[in-house]
Design a protein around this ligand. Structure first.
Ligand SMILES: NC(=O)c1ccc[n+]([C@@H]2O[C@H](COP(=O)([O-])OP(=O)(O)OC[C@H]3O[C@@H](n4cnc5c(N)ncnc54)[C@H](OP(=O)(O)O)[C@@H]3O)[C@@H](O)[C@H]2O)c1
Length: 326
């Protein structure tokens, strides 16, 4: 693919996150929001109007078949990620699919197998991994400048009034704190400490049968530990604190979105700030475009293995807390 080629994006599902992503796409060089699709044509046109998109479709399949589209961003509730991704991959469209990638590891394995079979790019939209402050933290850990990570504490809790129909509480839409926000503390553990040797999880299941909060303890063979918490009924500080052999890294609130980092070493603290003029979704989009320009079918950062580890961890936690989606 030519380096200067414009990448034509399609957005599937015109909800809240789709708006944020569409706004940030305007900051991505060589990106064009070419088409959008909603379950109703009125909503698609309304959404498209905001971003000067002329190709607006009233169903998802037409989008997946549009020959002018290079990559489709899937922004539907969790339970539809699998079927939407399979449809796009079947029509040989590259896919950036929102988190969680799917509802369980079997679905993720099928999605990856189809991407490989059809030789098309597929990536989970774990946007945090691409943010400047998070890359900075990963670099410190990988370089071992502060030694090995000994402990991680991370939380992500917000308070939403109970609404059984919202995707956050509705079990048939994949509701609950773990898949919605608990995925971020778990991902932080995976990306800084790796896959754990022991997992202990507890949760409070609410009236709709989904976890309103969830606590996870991870243990590693080298003695490292992680204490993770998520909630949809309680606001928490939403920070991540890593204690390493030679210092501490605090990823300031909210740690999963563009933020700052405080490094403490030898009793002295330094605040490192990062200028991000967007919501932060442009970074993952830039990476996807780079991968497409290089004709890759798998991300060099958010690899299939990482997504498989993440969904396996989520499945294990769900089994322990007795949260089963049908
Ligand atoms: N990366 C992040 O920072 C971030 C932040 C928030 C959410 N997310 C992820 O993005 C996904 C969507 O979240 P959201 O907050 O944008 O949700 P949302 O506002 O409810 O939007 C979801 C969209 O999915 C489509 N949809 C298809 N079938 C649906 C159904 N049966 N019920 C409801 N909606 C349906 C709808 O679009 P149409 O009506 O246009 O078809 C709807 O607007 C979730 O998987 C979530 O985990 C990621």
């Amino acid at each position: 693919m030519n380096v200067e080629k414009t990448i034509n994006w399609g957005i599937l599902g015109c909800g809240k996150i789709a708006h944020k992503f569409a706004k940030d796409l305007e900051f991505v060089p060589n990106a064009k929001l070419y088409a959008v699709a909603s379950r109703t044509i009125e909503k698609a046109k309304d959404f498209g109007h905001n971003y000067h998109v002329s190709n607006c479709y009233g169903d998802y399949e037409t989008l997946s078949k549009d020959p002018n589209i290079d990559v489709i961003y899937i922004a539907t509730p969790h339970v539809f990620h699998y079927e939407n991704t399979i449809m796009c991959l079947t029509h040989k469209k590259a896919v950036l699919c929102e988190k969680p990638f799917a509802m369980n590891a079997n679905q993720v394995k099928e999605m990856i197998a189809l991407a490989k079979k059809n030789n098309v790019f597929l990536m989970e939209a774990l946007w945090t991994y691409f943010l400047p402050h998070y890359r900075y933290v990963i670099d410190i850990i990988t370089s071992k400048k502060l030694g090995e990570v000994k402990t991680l504490k991370a939380d992500f809790g917000f308070s939403m009034s109970f609404d059984p129909s919202s995707r956050v509480f509705n079990k048939s839409l994949g509701g609950g704190s773990l898949l919605d926000v608990g995925i971020y503390p778990l991902f932080t553990a995976l990306s800084t400490l790796g896959y754990p040797d022991e997992i202990i999880a507890t949760a409070t299941l609410g009236k709709t049968g989904v976890d309103e909060d969830c606590t996870v303890a991870l243990h590693y063979a080298n003695g490292a530990t992680a204490s993770l918490y998520s909630a949809v009924i309680k606001e928490t500080s939403t920070e991540a604190i890593l204690e390493l052999e030679k210092g501490t890294i605090l990823i300031n609130s909210r740690f999963q979105e563009p933020s700052s980092v405080t490094i403490t070493k030898n009793g002295k603290s330094e605040l490192i700030e990062f200028e991000v003029p967007t919501n932060g979704y442009n970074f993952e989009a830039i990476h996807v475009q780079e991968m497409l320009q290089q004709n890759r079918t798998e991300s060099t950062i958010m690899s299939f293995e990482k997504s498989l580890q993440l969904i396996t961890l989520l499945d294990t936690v769900r089994n322990q807390i007795g949260l089963h989606y049908t």
